[in-house]
Design a protein around this ligand. Structure first.
Ligand code: ARG
Length: 504
């Protein structure tokens, strides 16, 4: 059987697949060959499809998701005042932008797809890189999916209420959404990519409605809340870190282009431009949206509202209020889909390098979708929604993500020495990565000092438990026959195959 197809959306172009009888092929984590139904995928190459505009829309499309519809409440709660909350929104944007500049240097110095995984490997060595890959499949990807689908469920509840329907169990809706997204992404990458584009339009449209509506109200003289300024501001620098967690969740995705650097045209120019340009765009949209929320609602109303955009819609849109939860549903569904879709690449890169079970990098023989890694993600995400609520999941996500962002900025500094002579198409002013390392330390340490939550311990244990797998399977290269057998049955069961690895 031979099958040839183009799958630009996933970056795996012109893959030719030939299926043969069972025979030794593929690689395990330690590089040995398990028995498997051999399937060779050839001509796999990443095409340079992304120009500046598509690169920017790709970043903006991932950044804008659930955060702007859930985080304003958390930011306001932790900061205590309108003035400081707006400052945190702007400051978080600035942090994301400086992060983007550091990643522009890293991405042009090491122009391989895979993002942090590649930079940590070069800069700090195999263990941090392994732990990053391990953590992204166990904690960050899965908590992302859980947070976004829980937001989806909150707004689905409001939508049904507005339509006079029954109250829906949120966790059940969230679980169904995760499974649905898993199915879409396992069914077809092209379908997943289309969902992404259509849904990006919807979310931008929803935000434009909020911004315009807010400014009409502002022009009519509704300025009492905005002009309350810094009244009530918290005096604890530790609580402010939690406000940053909420806002930085809304900005997360600023690093997304670095996971697909190989597909970008002219990275030396386009990577810094796209990383900075998209964040500037999002900062403007987020600030205006927050101003609009605060023009229409009082501080207490905002803090009491489980779905801020719905309350906003009820105030401003009158009979048309139902469009608000509907567009948020579309936005969050798109965001969850995008998160599930793009994060596969990290797992793919690490698994292909032998850093994760190679089975996780296999793709479906006909559909070319990353079935094993998708099923794994769905499973762990479902576990996350059982005990989780949005706010503690955001803390869990941000804590883990900023541990690794911090290590990546450290990597940049180390690489300045390790690869002193290397050609750097773009060099970030040195104070920026130094500042980013300090900011990351603050973001990781401050919430623990403020309130040592059990989630932080879970996250730490999750991350470290990766070492139990790293040493036997990667470092000591132990080979277990049962893994080969499981891989073989797994291949037959899901009809998945290895893709061509770099050394082939
Ligand atoms: N900023 C997004 C939101 O507000 C979350 C992005 C999660 N991260 C990612 N790389 N997909 O929903």
């Amino acid at each position: 059987m031979a099958d040839k197809r183009e799958n630009k959306a996933n970056g795996y172009n012109e893959m030719e697949t030939t299926v043969e009888k069972p025979s030794p092929a593929g690689h395990t984590m330690n590089g040995s060959k398990p028995p498997s139904i051999i399937i060779e995928t050839q001509n796999m190459e990443l095409k340079k499809n992304l120009g500046l505009t598509s690169a920017i829309s790709m970043i903006v499309g991932t950044i804008i998701g659930s955060g702007i519809f859930v985080s304003p409440k958390g930011v306001l709660e932790s900061t205590g005042s309108v003035g400081l909350s707006l400052l945190v929104w702007a400051g978080s944007g600035l942090i994301a932008m400086m992060g983007g500049l550091c990643y522009a240097e890293l991405g042009t110095l090491l122009p391989k797809s895979g993002g942090e995984y590649i930079y940590l490997k070069e800069g700090l060595g195999d263990i941090p890189a392994f732990l990053f890959a391990w953590t992204s499949i166990l904690v960050t990807r899965t908590s992302s999916l859980a947070i976004i689908t829980l937001t989806f469920a909150t707004y689905a509840g409001s939508f049904f209420e507005l339509c006079g329907g029954p109250q829906l169990p949120e966790k059940l809706i969230s679980a169904i959404t995760i499974i649905l997204i898993g199915i879409v992404n396992s069914w077809s990458t092209t379908l997943a990519a289309r969902v992404q584009v259509i849904f990006t339009f919807a979310k931008v449209a929803a935000l434009v409605v909020i911004i315009v509506g807010g400014f009409v109200k502002l022009a009519q003289g509704n300025t009492s809340v905005i002009s309350s300024g810094f009244e009530g501001t918290t005096d604890s620098p530790f609580i402010i870190a939690l406000a940053f967690y909420d806002a930085l969740w809304a900005y997360d995705g600023w690093n997304n282009l670095n996971s697909v650097t190989e597909e970008l045209q002219n990275p030396p120019k386009n990577l810094p431009r796209a990383n900075v340009g998209s964040v500037i765009l999002v900062i403007i949209v987020y600030l205006l949206t927050n101003i609009s929320y605060l023009t229409v609602m009082t501080v207490d109303e905002l803090l009491d509202s489980p779905a801020v955009a719905v309350t906003w819609g009820a105030r401003v849109l009158g009979a048309a209020k139902v469009i608000m939860p509907l567009s948020v549903l579309v936005s969050t569904f798109g965001g969850a889909n995008g998160s599930a879709y793009t994060s596969g690449r990290v797992v793919f890169a690490a698994a292909r390098d032998g850093f994760l079970p190679e089975y996780l990098s296999y793709i479906h023989v006909k559909k070319y979708t990353p079935l094993p890694s998708m099923i794994f993600t769905v499973f762990v995400s479902l576990l996350m929604i059982i005990p989780g609520d949005i706010s503690s999941l955001i803390d869990l996500f941000s804590f883990t993500a900023w541990c690794f962002y911090g290590m990546t900025f450290t990597s940049l500094l180390v690489l300045r020495y390790k690869m002193k002579e290397a050609h750097r198409p773009y060099t970030v002013p040195i104070f920026i990565p130094i500042l980013m390392v300090l900011i990351s330390i603050y973001l990781v340490v401050a919430p623990i000092i403020h309130e040592p939550k059990i989630e932080f311990l879970y996250a730490f244990v999750f991350v470290m438990s990766g070492l139990l797998f790293y040493f036997p399977l990667v470092y000591f290269n132990l080979h277990f026959k049962c893994i080969d057998t499981l891989t073989m049955y797994g291949q037959l069961f899901l009809e998945v195959v290895p893709t061509k690895s770099e050394e082939d």
